[in-house]
Design a protein around this ligand. Structure first.
Ligand SMILES: Nc1ncnc2c1ncn2[C@@H]1O[C@H](COP(=O)(O)OP(=O)(O)O)[C@@H](O)[C@H]1O
Ligand SMILES: [Mg+2]
Length: 282
């Protein structure tokens, strides 16, 4: 796998909104806010063990560059990203994290899946990763999902989340798509109902972290309403492909809507000289 160079910056104060998490003051919310995470129990209305399991096709996942099941060398850059993301989430009381990019092909879906499986290895952390790119079968294709209903049906309240979501182990859920294109992706993502459904999901499933795999920023207006629902966003850019001008515009758009958690330089061919590992911070 080409290298993942990680640039997790602090939100650029001049541009980013420094909004507190919606319920950061409530100590009962989210394991990530508590001391002694191992001792905490997961208080969810829905029993996660009742949910349908994800059928894991390891060969497919390997082909799709998912490297984080068992840890090890290939997993290391994503594990580092996971740890940095979780540290920042804990520090700021953030729970909802969007993955965005200027254009398609930057690695949002690949990173979302790798992060989800990497977080899954931290058993005390419950996470839900949702495929909300209704224009492409990104995360859904990576995981090989082919359900009759998907996240668009959940957000439009046609189907309950519990009927769509797939469970990996005891602490990781995926909300995928059907593979059929949704006619109104932008309207669904921007609707007030979507905000309500997300709150309901949070209340009933009690995740510590929610990851949202989103469409590219510069191809449509899909994300513009939705990003107001998240606590922060990670911007993925493709090394040697994404022009600086697009990174700049994307960062400005994202910062107007939520906090920029960091920028991840993906698909980097060069090894860092500063670190012995295959990633770098700046
Ligand atoms: N770090 C990486 N090194 C090499 N290829 C990658 C890397 N990350 C993603 N890819 C590949 O790039 C393509 C686009 O990735 P994807 O995650 O679908 O991007 P996006 O969701 O941003 O459109 C896929 O074929 C994926 O396997
Ligand atoms: Mg994608």
């Amino acid at each position: 796998m080409e290298r993942l160079q990680i640039a997790l910056e602090k939100a650029r104060a001049a541009r980013g909104r420094t909004q507190p998490a919606p319920d950061a003051a409530d100590p009962s919310v989210g394991l990530l806010k508590r001391e002694g995470m191992e001792a905490a129990t997961h208080k969810s209305e829905v029993d996660w063990t009742d949910l349908s399991p994800l059928e894991v096709d390891r060969k497919r996942l390997q082909r799709k560059r998912i490297a984080t099941f068992d840890g090890g060398e290939n997993s290391a850059p994503f594990d580092l990203l996971r740890t940095r993301v979780l540290q920042q989430a804990r520090q700021h009381g953030w729970r909802r994290i969007a993955l965005v990019s200027p254009h398609s092909g930057c690695g949002k879906s690949t990173t979302a899946a790798n992060l989800a499986f990497s977080i899954a290895r931290q058993r005390e952390i419950h996470s839900i990763t949702m495929d909300l790119d209704f224009r492409r079968a990104g995360l859904t294709d990576i995981l090989g999902g082919s359900a009759p209903y998907g996240m668009a049906d959940v957000l439009e309240r046609r189907v309950p989340m519990a009927d769509v979501v797939l469970r990996y182990g005891e602490n990781t859920l995926f909300g995928l798509n059907t593979g059929t294109r949704t006619r109104t992706p932008s309207e669904i993502l921007q609707s007030a109902q979507t905000s309500e459904v997300l709150k309901d999901i949070e209340n009933s499933f009690a995740p510590d972290i929610m990851l949202f795999d989103l469409p590219p920023m510069l191809a449509s207006d899909d994300n513009f309403g939705f990003l107001q629902n998240v606590d922060c966003a990670l911007i993925l850019v493709a090394s040697e492909k994404t022009p600086m001008s697009q990174i700049d515009v994307t960062e400005r758009h994202v910062a107007e809507l939520t906090t920029v958690m960091g920028i991840v330089l993906n698909k980097c061919r060069y090894k860092s000289k500063t670190h012995s590992h295959e990633y770098d911070y700046y």
